[in-house]
Design a protein around this ligand. Structure first.
Ligand code: SF4
Length: 393
């Protein structure tokens, strides 16, 4: 049976972390009631929107993810209203994975009670670093000790599935301090760890400073690109060795705990997104993917404008998405499944190119499956470029 994932964006944060490139911000709390109303309205209208565009909405939801910013900054009553709307407009599977993102120290007692009451069974905590100086340098006011205390508090409240995020490449990070963050992550006993390499782009203050001159956000104290690659490699070895198996470029989980929701993105399964800058992908009646997204202006979103534009994914774009999303997974792609869905010439070209890249140690073929090697994951953008060019040559 086809199932659906729901993503709900709540873009309110206490402050803007210097590395963050999301549409979130320290928006005033007085905007929250109108935001929550629009979020609930959007859910109510989802089936109508899908129907107008000939899109299929699977009857059962098996994953819900609240992220975007810091959803736990809502009032407990607003959080309850969001979940009332989720259950009013969608049928949740009894074992649905329900995740809420949170920042350490930003879950009030009544909010924690509301999360449990609403059926939240997974919390993703934005630790970023267990080393106090590194967390503070990027605008966080938590400490390693307060993060560990928060994880224990969540566990004691009955949240049995915990993730923590770490970032490789923060200002002041060293090989030794990174080992310390990894050690704390493992010893905390969490089921899942996400490790992101700091993004150097125009959309975050730290990223901008890394590209251009400036000393305000600590870019001068950030590790070099090659050192970040070493930190990432170290994380893969350490976490894998401690039973947190790598299953995706940035994600590691104990057995049975990969994120069901995030796996939908890499396998191109259907999901509906609501809220600021939220993205969606559904299938049309012919089984072709259709993507649509909300804008990233808070006022326009709350006013319910403009209606989202739908982007029908043609066969070539679908093929490209399948390859570059699927290869993010450590288990890679099945050649026979690709042959069942796409042009034989494309898949043959892809396989030939993968064999070439395997000779360079960047890819691996095992039976029916094709995957990146650890080395290939480090240079995945250039590998994808060669693969797609080879397949279409
Ligand atoms: S990293 Fe998280 S808490 Fe920090 S600004 Fe971005 S969304 Fe908000």
């Amino acid at each position: 049976m086809d199932t659906l994932g729901l993503y709900l964006s709540v873009p309110f944060c206490k402050g803007k972390c210097t590395f963050c490139n999301f549409a979130s911000d320290a928006f005033p709390a007085k905007r929250m009631p109108a935001y929550v109303s629009q979020l609930c309205r959007e859910m109510a209208e989802a089936r109508g929107f899908a129907g107008r565009h000939g899109l299929v909405v699977a009857p059962v939801v098996d994953s819900v993810f609240l992220g975007g910013g810091t959803p736990t900054l809502l009032d407990a009553s607003q959080m309850r209203a969001v979940f009332v709307a989720v259950r009013q407009h969608f049928k949740l599977a009894p074992d649905a994975e329900i995740t809420v993102e949170a920042a350490p120290g930003q879950i009030a007692d009544d909010m924690l009670g509301a999360l449990v009451e609403c059926g939240v069974n997974r919390v993703s905590l934005g630790v970023q670093s267990f080393v106090d100086r590194e967390a503070q340098a990027v605008g966080r006011n938590h400490t390693g000790a307060s993060c560990l205390a928060e994880l224990k508090r969540l566990r004691a409240a009955g949240i049995a599935n915990l993730n923590l995020d770490l970032i490789a490449g923060l200002p002041h990070q060293t090989a030794a301090s990174w080992v310390e963050s990894l050690r704390q992550a493992v010893e905390s006993g969490v089921e899942h760890v996400s490790v992101y390499m700091l993004e150097v782009d125009e959309d975050s203050r730290l990223g901008r400073e890394l590209i251009g001159p400036g000393v305000r956000y600590g870019a001068h104290a950030a590790p070099s690109e090659s050192m970040v690659a070493d930190l990432y490699t170290q994380a893969c070895a350490t976490l894998d060795g401690e039973g947190l198996r790598q299953y995706e470029v940035s994600n590691f989980a104990r057995k049975g705990f990969p994120s069901r929701h995030n796996c939908k993105y890499w396998t191109r399964a259907a999901y509906l997104g609501f809220g600021l800058d939220a993205h969606s992908m559904l299938l049309d009646g012919a089984g072709d993917a259709v993507r649509f997204a909300n804008g990233d202006e808070l006022d326009a979103y709350i006013a319910g404008e403009p209606e989202r534009e739908v982007d029908r994914i043609d066969r070539l774009a679908a093929w490209e998405e399948t390859v570059f999303l699927g290869l993010r997974l450590v288990d890679g792609l099945s050649l026979s499944r690709l042959r069942g869905s796409y042009s034989r010439a494309w898949v043959d070209g892809f396989e030939a190119q993968a064999r070439e890249l395997a000779r360079d140690g960047l890819m691996q073929l095992a039976g029916d499956r094709v995957m990146l090697t650890q080395q290939g994951r480090l240079v995945s953008s250039s590998v994808f470029g060669e693969l797609l060019a080879g397949a279409l040559a």
